[in-house]
Ligand binder design. Sequence first.
Ligand SMILES: [Fe+2]
Length: 465
Amino acid sequence: MEDGQYFFERGNFAPIAEEHDIGDLPVTGEIPRGLDGTLFRNGPNPQFAPPDPARHHWFLGDGMVHAFTLRDGRARWRNRWVRTDKFRAERAAGHALSVGFGGGRAIGVPDTGLANTSLAWHAGRLLALEEAHLPFALDPATVETLGVEDFGALSGPFTAHPKADPATGELVFFGYSAGGPLSPVMSWGTLSAAGRVTRLEHFPVAFCAMVHDFAVTARHVLFPLMPLTGSLGRAMRGGPPFAWEPELGGQVGLLRRDAGVASLRWFRAESCFAFHVLNAWEDAVGRVLADVMEFAAPPLFPRADGTPSRPEETQAHLTRWTLDPAAGTDAFRRERLDDMTGEFPRLDERRAGLPNRHGVFVGQSPAVRRDLALDTLVWCDLANGGRARFTVPEGDALSEAVFVPRDAAAAEGDGWLLTVAWRGAEKRSEVLVLDTQDVAAGPVATVTLPGRVPHGFHGAWVPGV
Ligand SMILES: [Fe+2]
């Protein structure tokens, strides 16, 4: 796939070879004393060049976790590869062994995945997540790998985007291809606040799809089943294992958390795609709403015949989906909330599953149409349509922004946004701290890193660690 080669080699998509542990980093401005914890970030960082670049994909790089600890106004950077079975086998061999989406099974080691997508903190465990396998637990103090975390009972795929319920402390999760590789079966379940598996159910779906994220409200779970299909047969014929088949249309599964799969029903739409959900909630009349970054077609994946989607189709907009279980229809409404294209939506997670006023995504200035470069933090007031934006100069880029409340009693959205900036001219990265009270003013603190943090996916703030 051309994309794979492109992302592997170019600019800040290229991997780094170093594992750092550097304290007392230079800070411009002042790190707020209220920030006491660690921003963990994850992303693909191939240990070795892929043996067959044509079959490589950005998503197939080994997970590398970066930890930025902010405490007493000081900053420290540590980064470690996650020691997956594939990573260890390739390190022992001294070169890459795995090719394409085949996973560890194809190279004779346990197929435990790449742990390269996101991070979650649950039941005292720091989890490095990747959607096709179980999480890896990491030591939050050292970022060293502890091992596969099965919570005593799990074996199947586990999403990179589990949702913590702020009311119950539960973690709600799901998996796709849960009946075997590229099978049309999904699963969902819950972990208690203590990390015990309290529910696990499987259900058939219309087709195997790459379902990257889902939505959880206080009472419901939503599964966006969009036709980025997985097909073993197609892969064995030499086609793409995952491909966009818009003619299949899109579906959103809705189930009640108290009733489980027995209550699952499907809403339908013309094909559209979302990697990521900002939040979802129920309104006063029982409708279920979800704010997602909606694409006309997914980026980074071809159609079934190998042809790419048009660039204008692969730009996402913040879009509100409204599902009305009482309306007597399986249609749902889609309403665009912002004209700026972007990705990586986040919220003040104390409002997860509940009506939320604020959210943030990383936007793309209209003039920028290259390398998926996202250059603008967009802090949204969804109650009144207000926006505050911070844009970095041409050639620079911003990571997903993670929200940290000012203190436990702070109002929704009152706090800081943490993001990693790529400075293209200097070829190094920075950690930026912005105050949500004045995002447009730019960072209140800038931590200068003596190196590069490759463009990655997702992060998590863990207080006190
Ligand atoms: Fe994601």
